[in-house]
Write a protein that binds this ligand. Structure first.
Ligand code: NAP
Ligand code: ZN
Length: 351
């Protein structure tokens, strides 16, 4: 075991602050990496503040961070995929049972015994896992991704959660040529959803509550932008969408979007507001419409997404910050004031 620097929340009302945490010595199948950049996902904020208490109660101290790009510093004797110096990524998962049908299908995110990168029971060290707001991580090679070296690592980090979480449902529900796809909420997830829906060839429409984001939405690839508070603009799209991806972090009216689906079409939630959302039955009955959910993505699909990004030059739009500004970044995230993902330069933790 060794110690590494990190930033942690000591309680649900506490600001994140510097601390030191334990990491295991790398085992035969482990990769040790120095964290170069870590994105700030809204899930980090939900968990640091214990907003998902009913589902995933937070164990303190909590070290968030699951959008990690790093450089390999050591590998265990049986590691075959990586060597020191390689640029790698780690997302929301660091382990799973590897034997269930989900794991065998490469859907580790649905394994009932999966280990999340932070706030999950740590099977090796005890306590809970600690995430990427830290200097060094040790992760089994099966849960380490190859990162395209032609892309800016600060802007690649968010692909490890915001990227895969939007890529996976867009692929599952067939976003592509001839399909009209909506993306609700232009935050970290939403802006990746727009880039992917466009790159996959779908007619892409953004729904935002923020008039100041309209121009950006078009620049990011949207064909159309709708201000969701404008009822008449919403009504023009009634019954016309093949698929809607909802990436909103707070309570909102999803019935307004169900009304925009065509017959048999699906609205998929990737946003995870702490409070239950209300659904009107009639909006679903007529038109046989569906509401679904989608969690992150499995390891093979995450690698596929990263490779696609490497080939198409796709990254997140990031504001790079030092770790010392993480608490201000959380406040800005709550105000939907980020263009469009904070990426922490982890060199700031070492200096
Ligand atoms: P984010 O960057 O804060 O973006 C959320 C966006 O939602 C905001 O930019 C805003 O967009 C919109 N919004 C915020 N409050 C709103 C409100 N009261 N009413 C309507 N719209 C509102 O968050 P994120 O990191 O993209 O994460 C979004 C959600 O996805 C979070 O709940 C997060 O926990 C969840 N998540 C889920 C998964 C999964 O596996 N399914 C993975 C990662 C994250 P506009 O300004 O455009 O309106
Ligand atoms: Zn996330």
């Amino acid at each position: 075991m060794f110690q590494t620097k990190a930033y942690a929340a000591a309680g649900k009302s506490a600001k994140l602050a510097p601390t030191t945490i334990d990491r295991r010595d790398p085992g035969e199948h482990d990769v040790q990496l120095q964290v170069l950049f870590c994105g700030i996902c809204h899930s980090d904020l939900h968990q640091a503040r214990d907003e998902w208490h009913a589902v995933f109660a937070t164990v303190y101290p909590c070290v968030p961070g699951h959008e990690i790009v790093g450089q390999v510093t050591k590998v265990g004797a049986k590691v075959t995929k990586f060597k020191p110096g390689d640029r790698v990524g780690v997302g929301c998962l660091v382990d799973s049972d590897r034997t269930c049908s989900e794991c065998q299908d490469g859907l580790e995110q649905m394994c009932l015994a999966s280990t999340f990168t932070y706030n999950s029971p740590d099977k090796k060290l005890g306590g809970v896992t600690r995430g990427g707001y830290s200097d060094t991580m040790v992760v089994d090679e099966r849960f380490v991704l190859r990162v395209p070296t032609n892309l800016d690592p600060a802007a690649v980090a968010p692909l490890l959660c915001a990227g895969i979480t939007t890529w996976s449902p867009l692929r599952t529900w067939g976003a592509g040529p001839g399909k009209k796809v909506g993306v609700v909420g232009l935050g970290g997830l939403g802006h990746m959803g727009v880039k992917f829906a466009r790159a996959l060839g779908a007619h892409t429409v953004v729904f935002t509550t923020s008039p100041s984001k309209v121009e950006d939405a078009l620049r990011l690839g949207a064909h159309e932008v709708v201000l969701s508070k404008d009822a008449s603009a919403m009504a023009k799209h009634a019954g016309s969408f093949d698929f809607i991806l909802d990436a909103v972090s707070a309570n909102h009216d999803i019935n307004a979007y169900v009304a925009l689906l065509r017959r048999d079409a699906t609205l998929t939630l990737v946003g995870a507001p702490p409070e239950p959302l209300q659904v009107g039955a009639f909006g679903l009955l007529f038109g046989r419409k569906r509401i679904a959910g989608s969690p992150i993505g499995g390891l093979p699909e995450t690698q596929e997404m990263l490779d696609f990004c490497g080939q198409h030059g796709i990254t997140a739009d990031v504001e790079t910050i030092p770790i010392q500004q993480v608490n201000e970044a959380y406040e800005r995230l709550l105000k939907a004031d980020v263009r469009y993902r904070f990426s922490i330069d982890m060199a700031s933790l070492r200096s």
